[in-house]
Ligand binder design. Structure first.
Ligand SMILES: [Zn+2]
Length: 76
Protein backbone atom coordinates (compact mmCIF):
# COMPACT_ATOMS: atom_id res chain seq x y z
CA UNK A 1 0.00 0.00 0.00
CA UNK A 2 1.37 3.41 -0.91
CA UNK A 3 1.61 6.08 1.77
CA UNK A 4 -1.04 8.76 1.85
CA UNK A 5 0.17 12.27 1.01
CA UNK A 6 -0.81 14.94 3.53
CA UNK A 7 -3.31 17.36 1.92
CA UNK A 8 -1.96 20.19 4.08
CA UNK A 9 1.76 20.03 3.36
CA UNK A 10 2.10 17.31 0.66
CA UNK A 11 4.55 15.30 2.76
CA UNK A 12 4.28 11.52 3.13
CA UNK A 13 2.08 10.48 6.07
CA UNK A 14 2.86 7.64 8.46
CA UNK A 15 0.31 4.80 8.45
CA UNK A 16 -0.85 3.64 11.86
CA UNK A 17 -3.96 3.11 13.89
CA UNK A 18 -5.86 4.38 16.92
CA UNK A 19 -7.28 1.90 19.39
CA UNK A 20 -9.22 1.87 22.64
CA UNK A 21 -10.90 -0.61 24.94
CA UNK A 22 -14.34 0.77 24.08
CA UNK A 23 -15.96 2.56 21.15
CA UNK A 24 -14.23 5.52 19.54
CA UNK A 25 -16.62 8.25 18.40
CA UNK A 26 -16.48 11.67 16.85
CA UNK A 27 -19.30 13.87 18.18
CA UNK A 28 -20.29 17.37 17.00
CA UNK A 29 -19.22 20.26 19.21
CA UNK A 30 -21.84 21.09 21.84
CA UNK A 31 -23.41 17.60 21.83
CA UNK A 32 -22.93 14.91 24.43
CA UNK A 33 -21.14 11.70 23.50
CA UNK A 34 -23.05 9.84 26.19
CA UNK A 35 -26.51 8.32 26.29
CA UNK A 36 -28.51 6.44 28.88
CA UNK A 37 -26.26 3.37 28.73
CA UNK A 38 -22.58 2.71 28.15
CA UNK A 39 -23.31 1.62 24.57
CA UNK A 40 -25.71 4.33 23.50
CA UNK A 41 -24.45 7.46 21.77
CA UNK A 42 -25.58 10.72 20.25
CA UNK A 43 -27.45 10.15 16.93
CA UNK A 44 -25.03 12.59 15.34
CA UNK A 45 -21.92 10.81 16.54
CA UNK A 46 -19.77 9.05 13.97
CA UNK A 47 -18.33 5.77 15.19
CA UNK A 48 -14.65 5.55 14.29
CA UNK A 49 -14.17 2.07 15.68
CA UNK A 50 -16.42 -0.38 17.49
CA UNK A 51 -15.45 -2.68 20.30
CA UNK A 52 -15.90 -6.21 19.01
CA UNK A 53 -15.94 -9.29 21.25
CA UNK A 54 -12.60 -9.43 23.02
CA UNK A 55 -10.69 -7.16 20.69
CA UNK A 56 -10.05 -3.48 21.33
CA UNK A 57 -11.72 -0.82 19.19
CA UNK A 58 -9.23 0.06 16.46
CA UNK A 59 -9.22 2.20 13.32
CA UNK A 60 -6.49 2.82 10.72
CA UNK A 61 -5.13 6.37 10.79
CA UNK A 62 -2.47 8.25 8.83
CA UNK A 63 -0.28 10.72 10.71
CA UNK A 64 1.62 13.73 9.34
CA UNK A 65 4.60 14.48 11.51
CA UNK A 66 5.36 17.87 9.98
CA UNK A 67 1.94 19.42 10.58
CA UNK A 68 0.65 17.23 13.39
CA UNK A 69 -2.51 16.02 11.63
CA UNK A 70 -4.17 12.62 11.68
CA UNK A 71 -6.58 11.49 8.94
CA UNK A 72 -9.04 8.67 9.57
CA UNK A 73 -11.21 6.96 6.92
CA UNK A 74 -14.72 6.21 8.17
CA UNK A 75 -15.59 2.71 6.98
CA UNK A 76 -19.11 1.51 6.27
ZN1 LIG B 1 1.25 17.61 6.67
Amino acid sequence: MTARICPYCNEKMQRGYISAQNRLCWTPEGETDRGSTLWSKSPNSIVLAEYYLLAAAKVDADYCESCGKIIIDISG
